[in-house]
Design a protein around this ligand. Sequence first.
Ligand code: ZN
Length: 203
Amino acid sequence: MKLICIGRNYTEHIKELENEKPTDPVVFLKPDTAILLKKQPFFIPEFSNDVHHEVEVLVKINRVGKYIDKKFAHKYYKEIGLGIDFTARDLQAQLKAKGLPWEKAKAFDGAAVVGNWLDKSEFENVNNINFSLKKNDELVQQGNTSHMLWKIDEIIEYVSKYFTLKIGDVIFTGTPAGVGKVVANDKLKGYIEDRELFSITVK
Ligand code: ZN
């Protein structure tokens, strides 16, 4: 399976990193080895001194598809989740400056937290989901999927032009404002509405 990630999908986060608003979604992949194993702590890799949390709504693909029209995209997922796209921001900045791919900063082992899943039927509208991240019990990021530049069904249409979507693939839909550095002993808890979907410790 693969993890397909969308960058710069919330206006406020684009501003905080002083990025340009993209005309197309920014897309990158993480391999399955990036998934943080359940109940394991997240270890800050030795090649970074500035790993950031990015909390993101996740979508799990449950049908094989290619060139999926956004009208039919809702048929390709049944579960919504929450995760973290850990990013070695210092390394990413170096790579960006040289115009190089981001994988080393985004796709390293443990860089993808995939929390518990909720059935889509629990939501009236997937384009109006509140989600948040607490660090050491303090609210650090919050968002609502209505603020996405590209909504879930549009993301599926777009990425499926390039990649065949397979059962079990996970889409990371981008982070809202409030990204920040993690340090050893931080506790990160992610919520959709008031449901806790993951809880991890940083080492
Ligand atoms: Zn991200």
